[in-house]
Design a protein around this ligand. Structure first.
Ligand code: BGC
Length: 370
């Protein structure tokens, strides 16, 4: 009996692993004979990365190179297995968006040892010299857009501010928070805002330029781990701990659309919260509908088509023996990684039509009440 169970588990595991490779196979694009470019994305469980997959597929249709896209499902071990599988299949360039920026260093090193170039995509792979190039949005500007949106809507002093952050394993979470802090800190220091859910932020309220460990001390208290349930639970815990005087009109710096919807639902359900302003990013369809419906205040639109095009441009340059163009560099803890950076746009109810619909990014028919 025991042996039978063991056998079943072994079969299930084997199918699980095969299924993963297979899922990637479904995403194979391009007309080239072999595989030249491998793309590894963090998870299918967030609409943001499905957007990237779709935009890669759109862009790759006419590309004369073989490309395969794999997902790591938030698991660094699976991410490494994906990288190994793409190397074995002959990929010469890997475009990797790490789940965990530091843990992904081992996979990047393995690619480097195999002579494969590594392009870090959206999130920076940290603490290794094996990253050749970084394509990213201006993530500090994303956070500054959160801060500016809230500052522009606050009147007088003593406004209730709730801070939330992404996963500490994601370098971007630091950049977003740093950007938000750049704009919010002077307004916390002058009393416009009162932080209601982070003692670390209150302690650091008079300091604008925070070190990585100071940022980490705040992020540690207000992290959502980029997880919708964690975001909901944390918001509910914050609301339970807060007196009615910390509610009323509320300003919420939420780090992305998925967590913003979860946090907005929690604040919306609290009888002592009358009005809330809440940020987000990614222009996910569900959040565009929330913005149209007045349930989320803004999002930061990051045109994934630009990032995909930069990544493919860099990969093709490398395949053709050229050096990809760079507009700057990011310190990943081990080296300055040459980078190309895309701009971002604040979207709210007022410009959602012109920025996202009239531009053809989304179809009007995807939404109601426009
Ligand atoms: C990305 C965001 C995304 C978040 C959660 C960040 O690294 O830049 O666009 O919402 O990860 O997946």
């Amino acid at each position: 009996m025991k042996r039978m169970v063991f056998l079943l588990v072994a079969i299930a595991l084997a199918f699980g692993i095969a299924g993963q490779v297979f899922a990637g196979g479904e995403s194979e694009e391009g007309s080239g004979a072999g595989l030249q470019v491998g793309v590894v994305l963090p998870t299918k469980d967030e609409p943001r990365w499905i957007q990237d997959e779709q935009r890669f597929k759109d862009a790759l249709e006419d590309l004369g190179y073989g490309v395969e896209i794999l997902f790591s499902q938030g698991d660094p071990a699976r991410e490494k297995a994906n990288v190994e599988s793409l190397i074995t299949k002959g990929a010469e360039v890997l475009i990797i968006c790490p789940h965990d920026g530091s843990a992904a260093g081992a996979a990047a090193d393995e690619a480097n040892r195999a002579g494969v170039s590594v392009i870090s995509y959206d999130r920076l792979i940290r603490d290794t010299e094996s990253v050749d190039y970084y394509v990213t949005f201006d993530s500090v500007a994303v956070g500054e857009a959160f801060g500016q949106y809230l500052v522009d809507r606050a009147e007088g002093s003593g406004n209730n501010l709730y801070l939330y952050a992404g996963a500490a394993s994601d370098n971007n979470a630091f950049l977003f928070f740093q950007g938000a802090w750049n704009v919010l800190q002077p307004k916390i220091a002058d009393g416009t805002f009162v932080v209601q859910n982070s003692s670390a932020a209150i302690e650091l309220r008079n300091k604008r330029d925070l070190s990585r460990s100071e940022l980490a001390s705040i992020i540690g208290q207000v992290t959502t781990n980029w997880n919708f349930n964690d975001a909901k639970n944390l918001a509910e815990a914050n609301l339970t701990a807060a007196p009615a005087s910390a509610k009323g009109t509320v300003f919420i710096a939420a780090p992305n659309d998925g967590t913003a919807r979860a946090i907005a639902d929690a604040f919306g359900a609290d009888g002592d919260v009358d009005t809330f302003y809440i940020t987000g990013q990614d222009a996910e369809k569900a959040s565009i509908q929330y913005i149209i419906d007045g349930k989320q205040s803004m999002t930061v639109f990051k045109d994934v088509r630009m990032l995909v095009s930069d990544a493919i441009g860099a990969a093709v340059a490398i395949l053709e023996g050229e050096t990809p163009a760079a507009t700057g560099a990011y310190d990943n803890g081990a080296k300055d990684v040459p980078a190309i950076q895309s701009e971002v746009i604040t979207v709210d109810r007022d410009n959602v039509q012109s920025v996202l619909i009239d531009s053809g990014y989304y179809a009007a028919s995807d939404f109601t009440g426009l």
